[in-house]
Design a protein. Structure first.
Length: 322
């Protein structure tokens, strides 16, 4: 039986690290060679995009990795693709994939919490599960996912919820599938993502991402506007509660909005997101929206920032992506 072609794009991260303390060392080819079971699942082609810690994978590099996967599917007929990277920034790559992967072919992003060669390293099994997902006809149309610890979380919802456990990733509505006994088993309660319309292909976006500066600023009790005085193309603010800022920060917000610099408001709690019209005091979510700020809803600050970067790169109003 002919094996499906799957493109692996390796960028580094813990899955490729060895030593104590750990540093990037293993190539994509070496990752594949360490998991002989992969030969039974797919014909793997490896592209080494980089070999850096996830913290050094910037949005342009993410877009280039996504484009390598996209080209393999579109131009070379690959059945699916896998990206390996550091878990520190998987959430951002996943959001960028959600915005640009308008294909039915599966895309799985994965990595590891425990370094290569360490006791009970999770990288080999995560890689095997990701390739199984990317090669599976049952995964077509589900949209891009993060495969970790036997689960496939939708790219638009996935967050890194724990800093060091192997079940580090979670999603608001739960995974779309699980990989059990070598097979992809769909979670029936999740709708398929077939027909998702991408903003553009990742190569088009990646060529435009450079040079835009969008900081994330976290609000806290007693803060004022000084933190908003830096020059930036937009700001993403992690607000208190369901989208609230101290009154002392409001003059800075108003100055930014008067200069038509987008301000996106995210909620500090991990779950729930911003409200829209529950509170009416100065600095509340209702007040901030009336001033012209963008309420991020359920998007984390990190996903919100990727949306803003993508919108500005394409010359679009960030409001369209929330």
């Amino acid at each position: 039986m002919k094996r499906p072609l799957v493109q692996l794009v390796a960028t580094g991260g813990t899955i490729a690290m060895t030593g104590t303390p750990a540093r990037p060392a293993l190539s994509g080819d070496e990752l594949v060679a360490a998991v002989p079971q992969l030969e039974e699942v797919a014909e793997l082609r490896v592209h080494q995009a980089s070999n850096v810690p996830g913290v050094n994978l910037d949005p342009g590099s993410m877009a280039r990795a996504l484009n390598a996967a996209w080209e393999a599917v579109v131009a070379d007929g690959a059945a699916g693709a896998v990206i390996t990277q550091g878990t520190d920034t998987i959430e951002e790559t996943a959001e960028l994939a959600r915005l640009t992967w308008g294909r039915d072919e599966p895309l799985a992003i994965t990595g590891a919490i425990r370094t290569g060669g360490s006791l009970a390293s999770d990288g080999p099994l995560n890689l095997l599960d990701a390739v199984r997902f990317a090669a599976s006809p049952d995964a077509r149309g589900l949209g891009p996912v993060v495969v970790f610890d036997g689960l496939a979380h939708p790219a638009g919802e996935v967050v890194k919820a724990h800093s060091w456990r192997t079940d580090a990733f979670a999603s608001e509505g739960g995974p779309v599938a699980e990989i059990v006994e070598g097979r992809v088993r769909l979670r029936g309660h999740r709708p398929q993502a077939t027909g998702h319309r991408a903003l553009c292909d990742p190569g088009h976006l990646g060529a435009r991402l450079g040079g835009t500066y969008v900081p994330i600023v976290a609000a806290a009790a007693g803060m004022d506007s000084r933190v908003l005085e830096q020059e930036a193309d937009a700001f993403v603010l992690i607000a208190l509660g369901a989208g609230h800022l101290p009154e002392a920060m409001l003059p800075g917000v108003d100055r930014l909005l008067a200069r038509e610099i987008p301000v996106v408001i995210c909620a500090r709690p991990e779950r729930g997101g911003t409200l829209e019209r529950t509170y009416g005091f100065d600095g509340s979510e209702t007040d901030l929206a009336e001033r012209g700020a963008i309420l991020a809803g359920g998007a984390s600050a990190w996903k919100a920032r990727i949306r803003v970067l993508a919108a500005l790169a394409l010359g679009r109003d960030p409001r369209e992506l929330f």
